[in-house]
Each structure stands twice: as C-alpha cells, then as structure tokens.
Design a protein around this ligand. Structure first.
Ligand SMILES: NC(=O)c1ccc[n+]([C@@H]2O[C@H](COP(=O)([O-])OP(=O)(O)OC[C@H]3O[C@@H](n4cnc5c(N)ncnc54)[C@H](OP(=O)(O)O)[C@@H]3O)[C@@H](O)[C@H]2O)c1
Length: 257
C-alpha cells in the first residue's frame, strides 16, 4: 500500500515543489490550499506523470475550524507524513496594519500547524511511525520590525517544532523544521513587500529538495543554502538590538503600497 502525505499550501511556491518531490517517490497526496483551480491542475499533472492518487481539500486554514474539518474528512486515510507549509506575511507598520490582518497571519502560521500536528500525530504515535515537516523561516532567528507578526509567528513555529522533535525522540515519529531564507515565490507579492532586493534568493525547487531530504532523513532542522546557514548563525550570535536594526534597514529599503 502506498503511503499518504498531506501538504498544506500546495497551490504555489515551496508547497507546489514539495508535492512534485513526494509524487516522484510514489507517495499518494492530499493537497490543501484555497485555490481549487490550481490544486486541480497540480493533481491532474501528478496523477498523469506518476500514477499516484491525489485528494484535494480546499480550505482556508486561517479559519479556526479548518484543521478539525480536514482531519474529519481524512478519517479513512492513513496519513503518514504531514507538511505544515501554508503561510503568509505582511509588510507594514504594526500599528497601521488592521488587527484582522495580523490575527489571520497568526491563525495561519501558528494555530493551524499546532492544531493539525496535534490531530495527526495521535495516529502516527499509535502506529509508532510518521514524519512531520514544519516550514518556519530564517525570520525565526531575530525580531522583524515592519514585518513584526510574521517574524514572531516564525519564531513560534521554529520553537514549537524543535521542541516537539525533542519530545518525540524514540517515538517512531520525527519532526523536521525547515527554515528557508528569501525564496522566489508569490509570498512577497501577496504580502505588500514591494520589490524584493535580497542579496541572495533561492528558487523554490532547491528549497523544497533540501526540506524533503531533511524530512526523509529525520533531521530536526534544515536551513537551505550556505548563505542562509551563515546569516542565521551570525544573526543568532549578534546582540538582538543589532539583529533587529539590520532587519529594520532591510525592510525600509522596499517601498510597499
Ligand atoms: N518565500 C520566502 O522567501 C519564504 C522564506 C521563508 C519561509 N517561507 C515560508 O514558506 C511557506 C510557503 O510559502 P511560499 O514562499 O511558497 O509562498 P506562496 O507561494 O505564497 O505559497 C503560500 C501557500 O500557502 C497557501 N495559503 C496562504 N494562505 C492560506 C490560507 N489562509 N489557507 C490555506 N492556504 C493558504 C497558498 O495557497 P492559496 O492562496 O491557494 O490558499 C499557497 O499555496 C510559508 O510558510 C512561508 O512563510 C517563505
């Protein structure tokens, strides 16, 4: 019997690329996002190319009931891999950003992965087998003035995910945290960032390959790319006021709407 992998945020970017990697290794897939047209296109492509089964579940994961609805819809499907990838950010001063905007980011980037993990880890633990990939960010390693709530949400994601990996040691279930740096996806256009002028930007496929390999090896943490590894290591060693000042400069250099 082929195994099932569930990927949130599979309709574009890193999630889309992860779906292609799982399909190439003959995993059946459950693809989750809001854009049904895109999910259908990807499902048809992967089914035709690899002969796998693909289920599509169209959900807004910023809605508090969505994770339980997802789990209920999949009671007959043994999910052996959970990928919490869906996420969004917003560039703008916190006080001038509408509170609903910030709360939606918190629901999507923190609440939904915690809910989905809590639901899907139970059957994994009962089988003593399973893998979880949580997509955080190098944003996790310092505060992010002007992208405040997003950076804070990724610090949460990283801490939650790494701590869970420690808790589940020797349980048969592994938890991997993927911390990409700036990656070419729709993330910045969706999040009011203006033109991205990062010194080093990776493509989504390369990031997905690093995350996929780390997941399959049961690694606790993956930071794709040498530049991201070095920048993250430096950032964690700098006094926090310096690290925050660097991010403040970085995000002042873009001109959002
Ligand atoms: N791009 C970067 O530089 C970067 C760096 C570090 C970390 N990351 C993280 O990587 C992950 C993937 O982002 P990406 O860069 O691939 O960006 P992306 O191309 O914008 O993809 C985001 C995915 O999340 C889904 N999504 C957004 N809001 C959703 C909602 N309310 N409910 C359900 N699904 C939702 C989107 O699908 P729908 O719109 O169809 O719902 C899409 O499939 C995110 O967690 C992001 O924080 C990105």
């Amino acid at each position: 019997m082929s195994e099932w992998a569930l990927i949130t945020g599979a309709s574009s970017g890193i999630g889309w690329e992860l779906a292609k990697l799982f399909a190439a290794d003959k995993f059946n897939l459950i693809l989750v996002a809001r854009n049904e047209t895109r999910l259908n296109r990807l499902a048809a492509e992967l089914h035709t190319q690899h002969g796998i089964e693909v289920q599509i579940l169209t959900k807004d994961l910023a809605t508090p009931t969505a994770p339980q609805e997802l789990f209920d819809a999949l009671r007959a499907t043994p999910v052996s891999i959970l990928v919490n990838n869906a996420g969004s950010g917003w560039h703008g001063a916190f006080a001038k950003t509408g509170l609903p905007q910030s709360l939606a980011i918190m629901h999507l980037n923190m609440d939904a992965p915690v809910q989905l993990t809590h639901l899907f880890v139970q059957p994994m633990l009962a089988r003593r087998a399973g893998k979880i990939l949580n997509v955080a960010s190098t944003a996790a390693f310092q505060p992010g003035p002007m992208v405040n709530v997003y950076y804070a949400s990724k610090a949460f994601a990283h801490s939650f995910s790494y701590a869970l990996a420690c808790e589940l040691e020797n349980s048969g279930v592994t938890v991997t945290t993927l911390c990409p740096g700036t990656t070419h996806t729709e993330f910045f256009a969706r999040g009011n960032f203006g033109p991205v002028r990062a010194a080093f930007t990776m493509d989504a496929h390369t990031v997905a390959v690093a995350g996929y390999r780390g997941l399959m090896r049961g690694k606790r943490m993956v930071i794709p790319g040498v530049t991201n590894k070095i920048a993250s290591a430096l950032s964690r060693r700098l006094p926090v006021r310096w690290a925050a000042a660097i991010v403040r400069r970085l995000h002042r250099s873009v001109e959002p709407k």
